[in-house]
Design a protein around this ligand. Structure first.
Ligand code: CA
Length: 227
């Protein structure tokens, strides 16, 4: 899952980026409103976090409003030092989905992000399920046929992305854009390497009795499919 964070306070931006990356998210950070808007128009972000007060011509609410007007559908979370009801209403009217008042705890931010990611098409369903596979994004647990599977954070976010887009063909480019941040050096075969790791953990150990779930679609990419 890829996150855009527009925040001008270096300390907060750095801490949030490091923390979310440890949880397996890919995070791009931007420190002013104008650059923030150009990033916020990118449809590849799965969640957008906007600080309300930003240097430049645009604040967080302006970015939210303009990004929504341009068709951005990703959930938007506004960070703010203000907590009045009017401010919240203003934020929601600008197209934001949620609102977090500074100072906030990192665990609360993660919980809010996870709640936003659980909106449709996976309504109120904490644990993702596909065939005999389960993935719990809150507790970082994966099982197949009831057996726990240990994944690295990148493998976990790759599998989470597959499960949120089950039965859809995902190109390598789409996968790179959602799983790695823009600074990451992603070689052409990096996706293949991670698909290989994932297959060795969720498909190969079960190959005697269960179908392989990660399918290669020649010339297109990959899909999670039980058919
Ligand atoms: Ca600020």
């Amino acid at each position: 899952m890829k996150v855009l964070l527009v925040e001008d306070e270096d300390k907060i931006a750095g801490a949030v980026k490091r923390g979310l990356e440890l949880k397996g998210y890919a995070v791009d950070t931007v420190a002013d409103g104008d650059t923030g808007l150009s990033y916020a128009l990118d449809p590849d972000y799965d969640v957008i976090i906007l600080d309300r007060m930003l240097p430049g011509n645009l604040d967080g609410l302006d970015i939210a409003r303009k990004a929504r007007a341009e068709g951005q559908k990703a959930p938007i979370l506004i960070l703010t030092a203000r907590a009045s009801v009017d401010d919240k209403v203003e934020g929601l009217n600008a197209g934001a989905d949620d609102y977090l008042v500074k100072p906030f705890s990192f665990s609360e931010l993660v919980a809010r992000i996870q709640a936003l990611l659980r909106r449709p098409p996976v309504p109120n369903d904490t644990v993702l399920k596909y065939a005999d596979l389960t993935l719990d994004p809150t507790h970082y647990e994966v099982t197949r046929s009831g057996k726990p599977i240990k994944l690295s954070s990148k493998e976990f976010s790759l599998l989470e992305y597959f499960m949120r887009h089950a039965d859809q063909i995902l190109t390598k480019e789409t996968i790179i854009n959602h799983i790695w941040n823009e600074d990451a050096i992603v070689m052409p075969n990096t996706v293949e390497v991670y698909i290989g790791y994932l297959r060795s953990k969720i498909d190969r150990p079960f190959s005697g009795s269960k179908p392989a779930l990660i399918k290669t679609v020649r010339g297109f990419g990959y899909k999670l499919s039980s058919r």
